[in-house]
Design a protein around this ligand. Structure first.
Ligand SMILES: [Cu+2]
Length: 150
């Protein structure tokens, strides 16, 4: 009798451990994280061009990216993203994101600006860069990070 009880106890412990393990592994659907369920927004970013010690760069203007070199740009699927590029060094530049067929014209006057606007229809991490020969290699490259939406 004692033996049977002992075995059952073991089994119970095992079952309990298995249940705990399963609970820990299964996705917690009620936890809010990651994808947001909200109406599409219009996201505006301004970047300026810069030449620095042989490097060519994009510099964030305003908001959270102000002063950042080649800042990460953030958006969510469905958003409209408008990127304004201000020429601040007088060289010819543009800004291009291949995956969204987004590009400004190439332009070169100091103080001139061009805006490209597009809808981000896929999640992922994408490069923005300057397509003028050699400029991407010289540093004009950053990331557009698009988050998924539930
Ligand atoms: Cu350039």
């Amino acid at each position: 009798m004692y033996h049977i009880m002992k075995r059952h106890q073991h089994l119970l412990t095992l079952l309990l451990a298995a249940a705990l393990l399963l609970a820990a592994c299964s996705p917690a659907s009620s936890v809010e994280s990651g994808p947001r369920a909200a109406a599409p927004a219009e996201i505006r970013y301004t970047l300026k061009t810069a030449s620095d010690d042989g490097q060519l760069l994009f510099i964030g203007v305003g908001g959270e990216i102000d002063g950042q070199v080649n800042p990460d740009l953030q958006a969510s699927v469905g958003d409209t993203v408008a990127i304004t590029l201000v020429n601040d060094d007088g060289r010819f530049h543009d800004i291009v994101i291949d995956e969204f067929d987004a590009a400004t014209p190439v332009f070169g006057g100091v103080g001139e600006e061009e805006t490209v606007q597009f809808v981000v229809d896929q999640a992922g991490t994408f490069f923005y860069y300057c397509s003028v020969s050699g400029h991407r290699q010289a540093g004009m490259e950053g990331l557009l990070i698009v988050s998924a939406v539930e």
